[in-house]
Design a protein around this ligand. Structure first.
Ligand SMILES: *Cc1c(COP(=O)(O)O)cnc(C)c1O
Length: 322
């Protein structure tokens, strides 16, 4: 089932002058290279839901997302690769079907159902899901961003592919599913730092704790469950909010790419690496620290982001090179 996926994903030591100057050894787990479309944590999070659809013979998989969602792109393509039907409930009636993410999702055979923002906001409420399930019986409903237990289980496999010991592990957060998987499997000694991509991301702490509780009460013991208590969220690097693209961030991305050859995504990993850059400069990490960073993918969104930047005097320079 996994034959065309590049797993385990590469683990690379990066040549990054800021880190070298401060005696910090930085490695990057390149989950962006798992697959050219279903990249990064999106495949990790979908894997067990795709498996459930096939094992339990559901008619397909139904999920949610915004018009530029990496999760929508990944689900559509995973559906095509694994021969399962997919439905995407897309936020906003104005959802522009011509944007690169949705065009590709349609091509991958996803049925797109645009709903209003008001209706979309109701999706967490009781009743909405029942109604949707009644409308699409036989479909496995996966929450926005793949934020469920299956998602965390998939992300708990990331560190099983890493044989080295690290002092600190850094991971970006959207829904916190990936971060929860890392915290749940990091082992007692590692410190795990999370970088929310949205403003006021502190509320995600409760989500992480809920996921950890859910795993603790899992009926069968999970061999990968080895949580660390030593985790925290660094909330200073949201750049004004989710998917906000400020000029210093774009300039940082272009410079990082030129120096290391690694393309970062604008919504998540760029904010994390920008934050780490600043923390390293300020002496946050002691000399000799071994730091593992997780590249969660998301590169498919760059074309759409550059479209939004077309009236500015800066853009992401590597759109055509990835
Ligand atoms: C979706 C996404 C995230 C967020 O992951 P969560 O598990 O929702 O916290 C991080 N990075 C990239 C590139 C993503 O596409």
């Amino acid at each position: 089932m996994l034959s065309m996926f590049n797993l385990p994903s590469p683990l690379e030591k990066i040549e990054w002058s800021v880190a070298l100057d401060h005696g910090i050894e930085v490695w990057m787990k390149r989950d962006d290279q798992i697959h050219h479309v279903i990249s990064g944590n999106k495949w990790r999070k979908l894997k067990y839901s795709v498996k459930e659809v096939r094992d339990k013979k559901y008619d397909g998989l139904l999920t949610f997302g915004g018009a530029f969602s990496n999760h929508i792109a990944a689900t559509a393509h995973a559906g095509r690769v694994h021969g399962i039907s997919t439905i995407g409930i897309i936020r906003g009636e104005e959802a522009d079907r011509a944007n690169p993410t949705l065009t590709k999702a349609l091509k991958d055979g996803m049925q797109l159902v645009p709903i209003s923002r008001e209706e979309y906001a109701r999706k967490e409420l009781e009743g909405f899901l029942e109604q949707l399930q009644a409308q699409y019986p036989g479909y496995l409903i996966v929450p926005e961003g793949g934020a469920n237990r299956n998602g965390v289980l998939g992300c708990m496999e990331i560190l099983t592919e890493v044989q080295l010991d690290f002092d600190v592990i850094a991971c970006p957060l959207g829904t916190s599913t990936t971060f929860s998987g890392i915290v749940a499997s990091a082992g007692a000694t590692a410190e795990v730092l999370g970088f929310p991509a949205l403003k006021g991301g502190g509320y995600l702490r409760a989500h992480v704790n809920n996921f950890l509780e859910e795993l603790k009460s899992t009926p069968k013991q999970l061999s990968t469950f080895s949580p660390t208590q030593n985790w925290k969220l660094i909330e200073d690097y949201h750049f004004g909010g989710f998917a906000k693209m400020k000029e210093p961030l774009v300039r940082f991305m272009n410079a990082f790419w030129k120096e290391t050859g690694i393309p970062l995504d604008p919504v998540y990993t760029a904010k994390m690496m920008f934050g780490l850059d600043e923390m390293i400069r300020k002496g946050h990490f002691k000399n000799g620290t071994k730091l593992l960073t997780l590249h969660t993918g998301g590169l498919q969104g760059i074309a759409g982001m550059n479209k939004k930047l077309k009236n500015k005097n800066y853009n992401i320079e590597y759109e055509d090179k990835i």
